[in-house]
Ligand binder design. Sequence first.
Ligand code: ADP
Ligand code: ZN
Length: 214
Amino acid sequence: MNLILLGPPGSGKGTQSKILVKNRGMVQLSTGDMLREAVKAGSNIGKKVAGIMEAGELVTDDIVNALIEERLSKKNSGFIFDGYPRTLNQADLLDKQLTNANTRIDMVIELTVDIDQLIDRIVGRISCANCGAMYHITHQPPKKEGVCDACGSTELYQRKDDNEESFRTRLLEYYQKTAPLTGYYHRAGLLQYVSSIGSIEDIATRIGTTLDAG
Ligand code: ADP
Ligand code: ZN
């Protein structure tokens, strides 16, 4: 079962992907995480994309396509594409690569949101640099301030693009370049909608039900 999670920034793709990894042994492919790792490592790609990401714009298709291509060959119980594809060109390339690997996308879930809630989710979001666990300063703080519940690290940080200005750009990029993918996957008969309003557990249950019904 290969799954694409679509949805605007802050819709919970990353959080829900991590739950699917834990519960179903699927493999998360997050181009956002991969690019942030490249920036952190200071690689050539990292240097190229740092400013673009901070501003909230999309990086070029060939950079992310290459990152994904590298990882598709490994056999597993299913990929979750989180934050990829983000343009029609990326979707097209992914189809071709999956066909070459003798597999396909089985379902696309769009997480639907209340736009007004997104900004609040995003500007309060913090994550653990060590294990990737995510928190929200007011709605879901770690049990002990500044310490990760999951791994005990004190390296909690806020993403550079999680500010109001970059968020607006990210949202605009989403509606201009990524939202057209819903038409593409709808025509392919793969699109399902899941409401991303409510608690993390509620949303996870809805996604699970949708996956099992598909
Ligand atoms: P979110 O969905 O919360 O906005 P991501 O972690 O998925 O965040 O992505 C962060 C940034 O990384 C994007 O704003 C963009 O600059 C870059 N990025 C991630 N995935 C892609 C992609 N598939 N195509 C182009 N840019 C990407
Ligand atoms: Zn941690």
